[in-house]
Design a binder for this molecule. Sequence first.
Ligand code: NAD
Length: 488
Amino acid sequence: MSLSKTHPTVKNFINGKFERNGEPSMDVLSPLDGSVISTMPMSGNKEVNAAVDAAAAAYPGWSGMTLKDRVQIFFRYRTLLDQHKDELAKLVQIENGKTYGEALAEVMKSMELCEFAVSMPQIVTNEIQEVSRGVECRIERKPLGVVACITPFNFPNMVPHWTVPNALVLGNTVVLKPSEMVPLSTVRMAELLKEAGLPDGVFNVVNGGKEVVEAICDHPEIKATSFVGSTKVAKIVYKRATSNLQRCVALGGAKNHLLVLPDAHVGMTANNVVASMAGCAGQRCMAASVMVGVDKVQHIIDEMVKEANKIVPGENLGSVISKEAKERIEKYITEAEAQGAKILVDGRNAVVKGQEDGFYVGPTIIDHVKPNMAVATEEIFGPVISIIRAKDLDEAITIENSSNYGNAAAVFTQNGGLAKKVIDKASAGMVGVNIGVPVPREPFSFGGWNESKFGVGDITGKSSIEFWTQNKKTTTKWNPEDKRDWMS
Ligand code: NAD
C-alpha cells in the first residue's frame, strides 16, 4: 500500500465550511511507514475566535430545537458511520498506525456512543413534583452554550465521539480540537455530520497544537471544556480552563495494574493480560502496564511468553505513533534491563519488511521489575508489560495503590472473595475481574481516579449528562384564590 500524499490538505471546519487561510502548516505522517500523507494548519487565536463566533451564532437556533428533533440528526449520522465504516477504519489505521481490526472496532464503538446519544429523550425526562399544596417544582436540564472538546492521538475516531454527540444532542454547540498527530478522522466526522443534516456552525473543528488549546481555555464565551490526553497536559488544561471560570473535566494518563493470583485460569489470564498490554500497540489508556504476580504464578508467565511470541509487528500488531514514541519506549526497556530486570520477550528494534521506516515496537515482557523502577511507575504507552512479584495479595494491593494514576485495575482469580477485596481496595476508577481492558460500556460512564482524571463526574454515559447541562428549577403556583401559605 503506497501511503504518500494520499489525503487532501486538512482544513479547519468553521460555520459549515472547510477553510484554510495561510496558517503555518505541519506535515501529517503515517506511522505505518513514516511517509507524509497530508498537511494540516497550525491554527491560533484567530481561528478559535472565528469558530466560537460561529458556534455562538448557531446556539439559539440549535438549543431552541427539541431534544427529539436534535437526535434525529444523530440517527442519520449513526447510519452514515455504519455505511462508511470500512473507509473510516482505513483512515484511522493510516493516521494512527493501529491494525485494521482495531480501527474497525474503534469506529463500531463510535456507533455505540451515538446510540447512547440518540437515547437521550428516554433518559433526560426532567422532574416534577407538587412540593406543597398547589405549588409545583420542576427541574429541567438546559444546555450550557458553546463548549469545547480537546482530544488525543490514540483513538482518532472514538474519543471525539465520547463527547461531541452527547454535548450536541443536549443542545450545546461545539468547537473540537483534535490531536495534530491524527487530524484526518475529524475531517470525515465534520463531513458526515453535515451530510446528516447538522446546521452550519453547530459543530466546528480547529486544527493545531498548544496555541489552540490555550485559546480555548482562555475564551470567555466557552462555558465548558472536556480534555482527554496526558496527565501533564490535563493538569495545565484543567487549571487554565477553570481559572477562566469554565467547567472542565480533564482525563489524563494511566499506569494500569493487573493483579494475577496463582489460581487464575491459565489460558484466559495469559491471553487477556497480553492482549491488554499489546492491543493498539499498548497505546490505550486502559492498557495493562504492570502485572503484579502474587505468589507462585510462573506457569502463567510462561504462557504469557507463548502468547506474546504469537504477536508479529506489521501483522497482528500496529505501529506506535511516532519515531519519538518508539525511541522513548525502547529507552524504558533498556533502562530496566540495566537496572537488573529480566527481558522475557524483547520488542526493541522491530522492523517490518516493506515498511522499514514505520514506527514499530514488538511486544515486550519485563520480569522481576522493582516497584521503584521507571517502568513500574511511569506511563510508557507502548506494548510493554512490567512484572512485579508480590508475596501476597496485600502486598500486591499496596503496589497498585502506590501509583499516582488510577484509571483501571484488574484482578485475575477464580476466588470471589479475593476478587471482591481487590474491587474494594483498588485505587482506580474502573476495575476488571478476569477482564484485561475493563471499559464500562454505555450507559455506564468512563473515568479514572487520582491523576487519571481532574474534575467532577465522568466523561461518557449518564455522568456526561450532568457535565454538558445545567438545571433550571421552576416553582409554580397557578391558583390565586388559594390563600394558604407555601408551607401549608
Ligand atoms: P497529549 O496530552 O500530548 O495531547 C492531548 C491534546 O493536548 C492534543 O490535542 C494536543 O495537541 C494538546 N497538547 C499537547 N501538549 C500541549 C500543551 N503543552 N499545552 C496545551 N495543549 C497541549 O496526549 P496524546 O499524546 O495525544 O495522547 C496520549 C495520552 O492520552 C496518554 O497519556 C493516554 O493515557 C492519554 N489518554 C487518556 C485517556 C483517558 O481516558 N484517561 C484516553 C485516551 C488517552
